[in-house]
Design a protein around this ligand. Structure first.
Ligand SMILES: CC(=O)N[C@H]1[C@@H](OP(=O)(O)OP(=O)(O)OC[C@H]2O[C@@H](n3ccc(=O)[nH]c3=O)[C@H](O)[C@@H]2O)O[C@H](CO)[C@@H](O)[C@@H]1O[C@H](C)C(=O)N[C@@H](C)C(=O)N[C@H](CCC(=O)O)C(=O)O
Ligand SMILES: Nc1ncnc2c1ncn2[C@@H]1O[C@H](COP(=O)(O)OP(=O)(O)OP(=O)(O)O)[C@@H](O)[C@H]1O
Ligand SMILES: N[C@H](CCC[C@H](N)C(=O)O)C(=O)O
Ligand SMILES: [Mg+2]
Length: 487
């Protein structure tokens, strides 16, 4: 139990009715989870409005209500707290409830369209190898040092974030690396957290269904940098034209990294092969098991971050060379007939282009590249034709299929992808709605030395249709089919 007035500390209040000097149990923003003596925060969402469920929350035992607009009828004995912004109130109250756990951690947030999971997970790996207790909040999983927890979001809601940061405090974790998504920033899920640093990877086409315009999407990412303190560092990729914009209004220490432009941290790609690449960072050569120019950016961002956090430079270089690929990111195997099958989480146009570019630079002869790709339902529709165009232009054969259809018709999504295919590439594409069948077709079409790319779902172990999830694992599937075909 906590005192309501303590958990309201720092929240922008408009009016209070009733006493805040009361003990409350838990905080909830979903009326369906409210129990006796809890606080219910009414949040305006994208589908419905939490204010509609205030009465339901009270009937379930809520003792206090936090909202942006008071209901017409107030119930005696209930404390009503009117705030300017419920999302912000939720984030600050969640931090207070768990005794502001981010203050006891050296927390670094990574934002950008692509690379957040890769950079955060590899920083986790690197600091673990350096002997520290480390935390991670990522799309794939949450780690409290060695203990793994499942997650449903890239940047979870403030209660989930702070609960796990608090477990990190209990476990004696020193460093924590977290992904900060644009939805997370926009919904203020990270407000109230104390960051020691923030990293910007890159910005390209995604989520325009939610943010409306590219400028809005970019400015949302920028808010992470605007919120940093003077003691923090703001590390940005200035080969991306949006990189410097992130630094425009921050009071944090500004640091830059680049492969092409002049920057505080620079790297050069010396060699690129299927099993790794040779990089030069700070005049030292380094072998990385992660390939592709985009991973050279990721390695450089990690190097710079580890340096800014105080690790010794040569030690960082040594540890960088030991880092292993993250699940579902350019995860590959070579079959009996030397068919290379790659599974990659490329679900944006830029990521798909990067992965196919990397594959194409590694081709040694006239092997075929067969790409299996789909686009998620209930997500930015405008990226579908662009991804259809890229897959058909940069592969010898592109099989359009379903990703997570969610509530949309898979056939319609595929038609939208087909809309981006140039007339000269039409003969290269094949549309197979069933993803399992599409992967099987790719395996049937592949001959010795060919390369199969299965893009979009990476580490995901399910496929979601109409709220139902079935087991689905791209990597296992492609491996099993090639084996059963004795290829
Ligand atoms: C579009 C979006 O981001 N939605 C998120 C948002 O929910 P919402 O605004 O849609 O909520 P809503 O359904 O309208 O409900 C409004 C309020 O009424 C409450 N309610 C509702 C019903 C009821 O009976 N009682 C009740 O109290 C709800 O709990 C909620 O507080 O807030 C919820 C709680 O934090 C999130 O779970 C939910 O994520 C949905 C499931 C989602 O799919 N989000 C994705 C798009 C997302 O956030 N992705 C990013 C990654 C993006 C990337 O960079 O690639 C992520 O960080 O994971
Ligand atoms: N620095 C980068 N620049 C461009 N593309 C990248 C970069 N790093 C990874 N990618 C590509 O983007 C895909 C997704 O990478 P990752 O999961 O690290 O991104 P993310 O930002 O966490 O994505 P999400 O928004 O879904 O959380 C990878 O599989 C790879 O194809
Ligand atoms: N974080 C991204 C993941 C997309 C993954 C892709 N497989 C899909 O389902 O669209 C999103 O929520 O948009
Ligand atoms: Mg991620």
């Amino acid at each position: 139990m906590k005192l309501l007035k303590d958990i309201l500390y720092g929240v922008g209040l408009r009016a209070v009715s009733g006493s805040t000097n009361v003990m409350v149990n838990e905080i909830h923003f979903d009326s369906r989870n409210v129990k006796m003596d809890d606080v219910f925060i009414a949040v305006r969402g994208t589908i419905t409005d939490g204010h509609k469920y205030i009465e339901k929350a009270i009937n379930s035992g809520a003792k206090a209500i936090v909202c942006e607009e008071l209901p017409e009828q107030l119930v005696n004995e209930i404390t009503y707290v009117e705030v300017h912004d419920s999302n912000q109130a939720l984030a600050i109250m969640a931090s207070n409830f768990y005794d502001n756990p981010s203050k006891n951690l050296r927390l670094v947030g990574t934002t950008g369209t692509n690379g957040k999971t890769t950079v955060s997970s590899l920083l986790y790996q690197l600091f673990k190898k350096a002997g520290y207790k480390v935390g991670l909040l990522s799309t794939i999983k949450i780690m409290v040092d060695d203990t793994e927890y499942k997650t449903s979001h890239t940047t979870p809601d403030p209660l989930v974030i702070n609960k796990h940061l608090s477990l990190m405090n209990e476990a004696g974790v020193e460093f924590c690396f977290m992904e900060v998504s644009s939805h997370g920033i926009h919904q203020k899920r990270t407000e109230g957290l104390v960051f020691e640093g923030a990293i910007f990877t890159n910005l390209s086409h995604d989520h325009l269904d939610y943010h409306n315009t590219f400028a809005e999407y970019r400015d949302t990412k920028k808010q992470l940098f605007d919120s940093l303190s003077k003691k923090a560092f703001a590390l940005t990729n200035i080969d991306d034209k949006n990189g410097l914009i992130m630094l425009q209004n921050t009071v944090a220490r500004k640091k830059t990294y680049a492969l092409k432009n002049y920057a505080d941290y620079r790297a050069q790609i010396l060699e690129n092969q299927f099993d790794g690449q040779l990089l030069k960072i700070d005049d030292n050569e380094l072998w990385s098991k992660l390939i592709g120019h985009f991973n050279a950016y990721n390695m450089l961002a990690i190097y710079a971050t580890a340096d800014l956090l105080g690790l010794e430079k040569l030690e960082i270089l040594r540890l960088l060379s030991e880092l292993e690929n993250v699940d579902g990111r350019f995860q590959y195997f070579i079959s009996k007939e030397k068919i290379t099958a790659i599974v990659d989480y490329a679900h944006t146009p830029d990521a798909l282009k990067n992965v196919l570019e990397t594959i194409n630079t590694l081709r040694t002869g006239n092997e075929n590249v067969i790409t299996v790709v789909g686009c998620g339902g209930d997500r930015d529709r405008s990226k579908r034709p662009v991804m259809g165009h890229i897959a058909s232009e940069m592969s010898n054969k592109a099989i359009f299929t379903s990703d997570n259809p969610r509530t949309e018709s898979p056939a319609t999504i595929i038609e939208e992808m087909e809309g981006g295919v140039e007339p000269q590439n039409v003969k290269k594409i094949l549309s197979v709605e069933n993803r399992k069948q599409a992967i099987k077709t790719a395996c049937q079409l592949a001959s010795a030395n060919d390369i199969i790319l299965v893009a979009g779902k990476g580490h995901e172990t399910y496929q979601e249709t109409n709220g139902e999830r079935i087991d689905f694992d791209d990597f296992k599937m492609v491996k099993d089919f090639l084996k059963s075909l004795d290829k």
